[in-house]
Write a new protein. Structure first.
Length: 155
């Protein structure tokens, strides 16, 4: 086989594998969100107040996970760039070329790390509890009480 054919099939399988992984990850995420939604609906039907869970704070959890993944990916890409520089440097005996190519990949990884730190969000404050008519804080004002009924008003 010619070298171009081998490279073509190699990239074709890598791309197909990536698409397969992405599709399976999306199916898994859809299944998890559907189960969480059903659980939330069941709690509402039984009269319970759903607290926490994957549906209540999706945006914050997703952003935090995304930032963590970018940080991990950035570290891996920096390592890949340094390894590439070392391999090219030893194989070609040309350190200028090795630093140029490996350094470019390492800078890309550093950009991922910086993006992870920039997009990282602070945790949101806890959501206040729903007020209960039967419980009042000592510092909170009591609800207005109806005026007392006197015997003169009853007539």
């Amino acid at each position: 086989m010619q070298e171009e054919t081998v490279v073509f099939w190699l990239f074709t399988f890598v791309i197909a594998g990536g698409v397969f992984v992405i599709v399976n990850a999306l199916k898994y995420r859809t299944k998890i969100l559907e189960m969480a939604h059903r659980e939330r609906l069941a709690m509402i039907e039984r009269g319970l107040k759903p607290v926490g869970g994957p549906l209540t704070d999706l945006s914050f959890g997703r952003s935090k996970r995304r930032s963590s993944r970018m940080l991990s990916g950035g570290i891996v890409v920096v390592g890949l760039g340094l390894a590439l520089a070392m391999v090219i440097g030893f194989a070609s005996r040309e350190p200028e070329i090795a630093v140029g190519i490996g350094g470019a990949v390492a800078i890309l990884g550093a950009a991922f790390i910086v993006t992870a730190y920039v997009t990282q969000q602070e945790p949101k404050p806890a959501e206040p509890e729903w007020p209960s008519p039967h419980r009042f804080d000592s510092g909170a004002a009591a609800p207005p009480q109806p005026p007392p009924v006197s015997s003169a008003d009853e007539r």
